[in-house]
Design a protein around this ligand. Structure first.
Ligand SMILES: [Zn+2]
Length: 309
């Protein structure tokens, strides 16, 4: 049996967790939104601690959304396993879970609204063409707008892009402070639907957060760069005020690698099979994330205690 998971937060919190909780309005709505492309690992547990802990500390609600918009990569048995692990850990949402795979009509209606405003165009570019047109060294692939004025036949491609005006998006991350991003330079016009006809992560998430009244988004720092484009897209969809964002540190292995696919000593399933209690898993995750000084056992119902002085 593993004595203690090797994962640890590469950086501790910036703004103290209790100070963040004090800044939150009462009655907020946040969400836990796993993608059923793998089993839960300690990194997901850390996210759940932030989500449920902050929501409970602020008297808010937690929604559960299975982000299975990508039909190729998501598997029903993984969704079932995630729900089972969450229940075992003691994290209960305040409403029945929703699945993105069942919300296609909502995304289609949102795309139609944007199209009616002249903000959508079909894109027939191959991945290679986009790579060739992107600016090197930007860190991610920027769509250069090739099909903006090309008049591509909508029947020729399932890809739909949303025009993003050149704009600096300024937001105040609850933990990291003020940030400025320029989505039109980072990623260019956003794909809402991809070449396989799947709704994209960015599009589905923004539509869901708006439709579900989510006003606090809590996620890992690896997603920080996509915040500006989500705020910009939400505004195009008619959202009056964007949600607040909080990006927490990621757990890293001792060699610095991300916990994208869990090792045996990091997977919730594996720790369960090894005889760990839910409280021990939560305590270890909270400790690894810098949310508590010792890996003492912690019940999910007490997650709010991590966010109180
Ligand atoms: Zn194109």
């Amino acid at each position: 049996m593993t004595e203690r998971p090797p994962a640890r937060a590469v950086r501790g919190p910036r703004t103290a967790p209790a100070a963040i909780a004090r800044r939150l309005p009462p009655g907020l709505t946040t969400r836990y939104a796993p993608a059923p492309t793998g089993y839960l690992h300690l990194g997901h547990v850390v996210n759940a601690l932030w989500v449920w802990g902050l929501a409970r500390a602020a008297g808010g609600r937690v929604l559960l959304r299975l982000e299975d918009h990508d039909r190729m990569r998501c598997r029903a048995e993984l969704a079932a396993a995630i729900l089972d692990d969450l229940e075992w850990l003691g994290f209960a949402p305040d409403a029945p879970p929703v699945r993105q795979s069942e919300r296609g009509a909502l995304y289609a209606a949102a795309l139609d609204r944007l199209a009616a405003a002249g903000l959508v165009y079909p894109c027939a570019c191959s991945r290679r063409e986009i790579a060739a047109g992107g600016e090197p060294g930007a860190g991610e692939l920027r769509y250069p707008g090739t099909c903006r004025e090309r008049g591509v036949d909508p029947a020729a491609t399932p890809i739909r892009r949303v025009r993003l005006a050149a704009a600096a998006i300024v937001f105040d991350d609850l933990r990291l402070g003020a940030r400025t991003q320029r989505p039109s330079e980072q990623c260019g016009d956003l794909a809402a639907r991809d070449r396989d006809g799947n709704w994209t992560y960015q599009f589905a998430v923004v539509v869901d957060d708006l439709a579900q009244g989510v006003d606090l988004v809590i996620r890992g720092e690896d997603l920080l760069t996509s915040t500006g484009r989500q705020i910009q897209l939400a505004a195009l969809l008619g959202r009056a005020a964007p949600p607040r964002f909080l990006h927490h540190g990621l757990l890293r292995r001792a060699d610095g690698s991300k916990l994208s696919k869990a090792n045996r000593d990091e997977g919730v399933r594996d720790l369960r099979a090894d005889g760990w209690s839910a409280e021990r898993v939560l305590g270890a995750a909270a400790h690894a994330a810098g949310l508590q000084a010792e890996p003492r056992p912690l019940a999910a119902a007490d997650a709010a205690s991590l966010f109180v002085d």
